[in-house]
Ligand binder design. Structure first.
Ligand code: CA
Length: 527
């Protein structure tokens, strides 16, 4: 591991890549399972109450120890780090240096060591990249707000009056006063939007992304991508120029770093999300917000309706279903276990249904334990410290005072659940392994399944890749089903199931099932 100086500012970074870059096979993400991590809340190595790179590196064996013969690790193969850059906020989405690391998280050398350790275990790392806006305290904006003569003035968007535009999702203002002019900042005044129409800004963003790719990062989760550009008459989302920018960035990065992956945060309906695939020349993946909502809703109300209504929309919207990355919740949402009212059965069927979806799934840290986070609606309560141990003042997260304290209930910790039969952790581990060992699940086509009879909670999917075919059945409802049949002519082999009543039998082009217990599911290989 080469040593490099710690980050000190935009102009002071070493130019030489310090670590060997991982070999990125084309479309490496297609059979990956990702794990989203808020560094501040994952593991604290030095007792200051703030999670850091060294703490995270020490916990990598928990995520994937690099040895396929062990079963004490989750087995994820991708990590998404929420922003790691210097920032005045706890969350980091208001970046003040795109090629530095937050000193609270460690040094650039600590980050390099983390990347090397992750890559050694077969884990690819993507990082959050916030190119829609910088922080208000970024030197570019500090300079720009001084006046029209600043060389960074045109790195942001200014006008002499406030046209009164408001945020698309609410009523907040988007033009903010600085001196006698107004600057555009969609999220709030502390996050001035970068003027991505300025070629200098675009070039700087690409240069910054290459800086991280040179350090062994495998791609980026691109924040707020539907808001890159706004129209002159106040349309603030999904402008053609945003699509064009994504195309140019992807092309530039693929030329210098083949195999790079860009996943977009396009927080809207699936039909709009799908447009960001372009002609396979925009994002490589985008998050499935509509799908996530349907999984939570069906798990919550016990009914198949929400799940079933979304599937045809997905089929219609996506040329390639694996473009969409499914998930249950992320750092902007209540913890899924809280949404599911702490019902462990609901959590189990939601998790199973997640891993049956097309696309590379994303797990939010602690989801595998059923973390609840805090009770308030504040974002901090969605991003609370990870509980590692049964005992200890802070469940093994820190020896000091945690930056945020929202104790989880007994049993919601790694020590209680890791490898224990019947735990949510063990279910996640097993689902990850089932998916990893079946290409039909990780990168297959999706087809609906015809089930006889009326069952409020029973539904499923068929996933196919080449000769491999896997049937997924799930009973979202708490009551067991009556016997049912599925119109399938193949023989069945149960791979992994909970609550399956007996083995399916084949006769006359139909698979007969004795039933699925309440909150049961089954993965069945067909041959
Ligand atoms: Ca620390």
């Amino acid at each position: 591991m080469a040593q490099t100086p710690a980050s000190t500012g935009s102009e002071a970074h070493p130019a030489d890549p310090p670590v060997a870059r991982p070999t990125l096979k084309p479309r490496w993400w297609r059979d990956a399972v990702f794990y989203e991590i808020f560094v501040r809340s994952f593991a604290d190595s030095d007792g200051d109450g703030i999670g850091d790179f060294k703490g995270l590196t020490a916990k990598l064996d928990y995520l994937n120890d690099g040895d396929p013969t062990t079963d004490t690790d989750l087995g994820i193969t991708g990590i998404w780090l929420m922003p790691i850059h210097p920032s005045p906020s706890y969350h980091g989405y208001d970046v003040t240096d795109y090629t530095g690391v937050n000193p609270q998280y460690g040094t650039l050398a600590d980050f390099d060591a983390f990347i090397a350790a992750a890559n050694a275990r077969g884990i690819k790392v993507i990082i959050d990249f916030v190119m829609n806006h910088s922080g208000r305290d970024h030197p570019w904006f500090t300079s720009a707000r001084k006046g029209p003569e600043s060389k960074h003035r045109d790195w942001y968007t200014w006008r002499a009056d406030d046209p009164g535009w408001t945020q698309p999702w609410g009523s907040g203002p988007v033009w903010h006063r600085a001196g006698k002019d107004y600057y555009y900042g969609l999220f709030w005044g502390g996050m001035p939007d970068l003027n991505l129409a300025n070629p200098e800004v675009e070039a700087e963003m690409i240069r910054s992304m290459r800086f991280w790719l040179d350090r062994g990062v495998a791609g980026f989760r691109v924040d707020a991508a539907r808001h890159f550009f706004e129209s002159a008459d106040g349309k603030l989302s999904d402008q053609p120029a945003s699509h064009d920018l994504v195309k140019r960035v992807r092309k530039a990065l693929e030329e210098s770093h083949p195999g790079v992956m860009l996943i977009g945060e396009i927080w809207t309906d699936v039909e709009t999300v799908a447009t960001y695939a372009g002609d396979d020349d925009e994002f490589h993946m985008a998050f499935g917000f509509t799908t996530a909502g349907s999984l939570r809703e069906s798990a919550n109300d016990g009914l198949k309706a929400s799940f079933n209504q979304v599937q045809p929309r997905l089929k219609k919207a996506y040329a390639d279903r694996n473009f969409e990355a499914p998930f249950l919740a992320n750092h902007d949402m209540k913890r899924v276990m809280r949404t599911l009212r702490e019902d462990p059965g609901a959590m189990r069927v939601a998790s199973a249904a997640l891993f049956a979806q097309a696309g590379s799934p994303f797990i939010y840290y602690g989801e595998e334990l059923g973390m609840l986070g805090g009770p308030s609606g504040q974002d901090e309560d969605k991003r609370t410290p990870m509980p590692w141990t049964i005992g200890g003042d802070h469940r093994g997260f820190t020896t000091g005072t945690p930056w945020r304290s929202r104790p989880e209930k007994p049993g919601v910790d790694v020590e209680s659940q890791r490898g224990k039969a019947g735990s949510l952790w063990t279910l996640f581990r097993d689902l990850i392994r089932v998916r990893a060992s079946h290409k039909a699940l990780s990168d297959g086509e999706v087809a609906p399944v015809r089930i006889t009879g009326k069952h409020r909670g029973l539904t499923g999917l068929i996933r196919t890749h080449g000769d491999e075919k896997v049937l997924f059945l799930v009973n979202f409802h708490g009551e067991k089903t009556t016997p049912f049949t599925v119109k399938i002519s193949e023989e069945a082999e149960v791979i992994f199931a909970e609550g399956l009543m007996g083995q399916p039998t084949q006769a006359k082009g139909e698979l007969s099932f004795a039933g699925l217990k309440g909150r049961g599911f089954a993965f069945v290989k067909l041959r």
